[in-house]
Write a protein that binds this ligand. Structure first.
Ligand SMILES: C[S@@+](CC[C@H](N)C(=O)[O-])C[C@H]1O[C@@H](n2cnc3c(N)ncnc32)[C@H](O)[C@@H]1O
Length: 275
């Protein structure tokens, strides 16, 4: 999955990405309504190649293919905005879409050297629970495969962050009417709420008065006719460190039968004050 060819194709896709092509691909309703949530099943996904019965994204794990599709769907309309990416790592797809639409991209990541502090218009060192930016700076704040790590215990790289503090800090730097986007794998790794797929607890993080129009998308939960993508032994090692609030039988059920899917959560910053 992580061959040289694979990472070359991934970089090429990000380098060549065009907001106009993504707007054409993802225009209109690309999801299926399911109560107050949205589903993007593989068979109904715009990235599904029906003739070949495979995903048309030709690199990455099944999860990364969904990440690519979701980023294409959510970031092609980012015109003339001030945008913050939290935990940007090395994946440039969203950044390229944002910049190619005339928006300004800023990124923070704790893996950047401390000697490179975060600054508007570039990527630098920073943590989501202490954003070094003034109140109401950004039209859009997002994280790709990042939110599940903020409250992670395993690895010992940093103190696990408190999600309530992180969301309060994001609300502070987001302009009223601004939008947020976070995607995360379910039944895979990171904080226990994501491993357990506890959507109620995840949704609850967005029930403070600062957020409205909270929307949840489930990508690849219905994976047919594509393959099941299941958690592996590599991830299981960290699960006992992460999972402290759930019964063994619930954890075992997910370990034995869980299928990894992509959660996408979006919301609008209300005009409610933080204090
Ligand atoms: C799995 S990587 C994803 C990187 C990139 N967005 C991608 O999709 O390839 C998770 C990223 O989240 C960042 N991260 C973890 N904890 C964080 C925190 N508390 N604040 C900001 N970023 C964090 C990590 O440093 C890392 O770059």
């Amino acid at each position: 999955m992580h061959s040289k060819r694979d990472s070359l194709l991934k970089r090429l896709h990000s380098a060549m990405i065009s907001p106009a092509a993504c707007a054409r691909k993802w225009q209109g309703q690309y999801w299926q309504d399911n109560g107050d949530e949205r589903r993007v099943s593989c068979a109904g996904c715009r990235s599904f190649d029906a003739a070949r019965q495979r995903c048309s994204i030709r690199f990455g794990t099944p999860l990364r293919k969904c990440v690519v599709s979701s980023v294409e769907a959510h970031f092609h309309d980012c015109v003339g905005e001030e945008v913050l990416e939290v935990g940007f790592g090395r994946f440039k797809l969203a950044r390229n879409l944002v910049v190619r639409n005339g928006s300004r991209w800023t990124g923070i990541d704790p893996q950047q050297p401390a000697s490179r502090p975060a600054r508007i218009g570039t990527g630098g060192h920073g943590l989501v629970n202490a954003l070094p930016f003034p109140t109401a700076t950004f039209d859009r704040v997002f994280g790709v495969q990042s939110i599940e790590h903020w409250g992670q215990r395993a690895g010992g790289l940093r103190e696990p962050a408190c999600y309530e503090d992180c969301l309060a800090e994001i609300a502070r730097v987001t302009k009223p009417g601004g939008r947020v986007y976070f995607d995360a794998p379910i039944h895979f790794h990171g904080n226990e709420i994501f491993i357990m797929g506890d959507i109620d607890r995840i949704r609850k993080l967005f029930t403070t008065p600062w957020w409205e129009n909270v929307n949840i998308e489930r990508w690849r939960e219905n994976h047919a006719p594509l393959e099941r993508y299941t958690p592996s032994h590599k991830e299981f090692t960290d699960w006992p460190i992460e999972i402290v609030n759930y019964a063994d039988n619930a954890v075992n059920a997910i370990r034995d039968n869980g299928v990894i899917w992509l959660l996408v959560i979006t919301a609008t910053r209300s005009d409610a004050r933080l204090d």
